[in-house]
Ligand binder design. Sequence first.
Ligand code: C2E
Ligand code: MG
Ligand code: MG
Length: 731
Amino acid sequence: MQNEDILPVLYDLVVTIGSEISVKPLLTRTLQRLLYHTSFSAGFICLDVPVCKKEDGLVEVHLDAVVGDFDLIGVIGKPIALPCALICDPAGRKTEQAALLSALRATQTQYRSFLRLPIDHCGVIVLLAGEMPETNLPLTTMLQPVLAHLAKAVVLCRNNDAHTSGLVNQRDLLEKVFESSYSGVMITDAGGHIIEINPAFTRITGYESQEVYGKNPHLLASGRHDHEFYREMWADIESNGHWEGEIWNRRKNGEVYPGWLNIDSVRDKNGELLYYFGMFSDISTRKEAEAQIHQLAFYDPLTRLPNRRLLIERLQQAFSVGARNGQHGAVLFIDLDNFKTLNDTKGHDIGDQLLSEVAERLNACVRDGDTVARLGGDEFVVVLEALNTASDEAAAQADTVAEKIRDVLGRPYQLGRHTHYSTPSIGVVLFLGHRQNLDDVMKFADTAMYQAKTAGRNTIRFYDPVMQAAIEARAQLEEDLRHSLELRQLCLYYQIQMDNRNRPVGAEALLRWQHPERGLISPAQFIPMAEESGLIIPIGLWVLQTACAQLKAWQGDARTQRLTMAVNVSAKQFRSPDFVAQVESTLAEMNAKPALLKLELTESIVLEDVEGTIAKMRELKRVGVSFSMDDFGTGYSSLQYLKRLPLDQIKIDQSFVRDIVTDSNDAAIVQTIIAMSEVLGLSVIAEGVETEAQREFLDLRGCHAFQGFLYGRPAPLQDFEARLREINVNV
Ligand code: C2E
Ligand code: MG
Ligand code: MG
């Protein structure tokens, strides 16, 4: 290189240095240009040269750039030990340089001379050559400004590199988050087409990217949310740019799962909508965990019955419901007799088996709305709801369930190889609304249970002594009723039915029970009991037979041969499968005229099974039997079914007749019933007619048949017939 060439060289180097923004190309390109201009064959650059260690004359460095030597290129970035004399010590004479380089093990190439150019505090450039290139220029001095410039460039490029590598890292990081996120991510364009999803999306939904790209996220919809749900969601996104909430979605395999979804809209600076960004997680495991926690918190792990905590909650609800609708509830406190003995002798496993079995049996004894809970040990509590509004009826209902429980729990248990017998002691307390507090109710039930234990176990006790007495009396009565037929304690009374010309048209047979100690008992008291126990079937048959026999007996007398006989039929009796056959065979047996038999049904019979009722009525009508709808107006009185029933008569309930003259409301109801009967082509009769005013009122409005104390009370046969004779004399 000659003197006049120096300026273009410097210019070239400065331009090269200035055009690079990153350290690596800066060093490499600068080194290339230097070698080119100086005619050295190879070179390297070390930045950050450490202070030399003099002992072995070596210094450990990293080569940051190498040009022209393949061996050295191979060690770029790796630590390499080089002679201090090459890197930092004052360079020796030519002969010494050759000796130094011949010992250089890092490269196969034989160099004999080198030129070291320090880059201001920041490192060194070492140029290598087989022979020192010929030049008379003071290269080191001449290149000084270029090297200073390079030092500055290195600092700038390093800063720049740090920044860009930061940017790269940040992007890598975001990508990593996106890729490895536990939450499913989906990005749609402004038109709602999916343009990006992450692996979690695939893991949760089962859809691969190629299956969803371009599709609408609605493909995840489960169908569990209505239109309104999605409408509100989009309204939120439109107005706030955001929606968040729980949503049921469907996986590719059809499985529906609960998710937590965040949706954001992404807009540019001008507010133009660019993307929607949805991020969701599968919360089914969380839900399961919640359910599990709920299960642990509120249920007994052994029997899976509600525990004390849930029982208290349910009782509180039952109190509130009772307060609203006036219906009683009952708490049955159940303790197994001698459970401890079983546990001690047969072990806890067997004890646990018994408890599980008891739990199952208890559940089978109650209705859906009722609660069976386990307090712990062998103590169970049953809560009955929606019992009767009348406390004695409610007590009877609770007693029936308690009896059933006593019976069911008393049946043998198969525990492993053992057959075990167990009995319960049951304490019962009624409650109504918030009249008593919860703790008291539980305490009373517990006390009653102890009374049951003291009374000899396998026993039911009511907390209330009056109630207990009533229940006992009732139980006794039921027992007595069982024998009433065989002991011939039942009889029929007859009550006359008249037309508006004071002519007898029929009689209603009304059942009476002549109890040896209690005297005459009203059917209102024992018919419900007979229904519950099933005794109504034999009793009802007896009534039918007796009434038909009477009809037949009346055939022979001109005064009675046209009288109809009304017989009351209860729901259970009517529903029994052979009811129709029973009526037919009774009529045949007694040789009575079917046309004179009138069966009185109540609305409750019809409502239970309209179609079945119609079918049975038709069959009997075919034989000639007629039907009257008893107590009309007190039930649902739905015109809907009334129109379809093959009825002959409607019987206006006595509760409307009672105040018909004074209560305009009752008067209106009665008038409506009469008008309705006319429309339907049915005859109408009023029961409970006690006064002439009532009779006249009814007669004037189109009801021309009457039954009531005005004409005669229900009476035994002899009295009834005597009364008939009286009337006939007067007519
Ligand atoms: P029901 O069929 O509505 O009978 C009419 C009830 O009104 C009878 O009560 C009768 O004595 C009473 N009664 C009649 N006239 C008057 C009156 O002018 N004023 C008042 N205050 N009451 C009057 P009873 O005999 O006590 O029967 C009550 C209910 O027992 C009957 O109501 C009926 O539903 C049922 N019943 C009676 N006998 C039988 C039967 O053999 N089988 C069935 N399943 N139920 C029966
Ligand atoms: Mg009746
Ligand atoms: Mg009636």
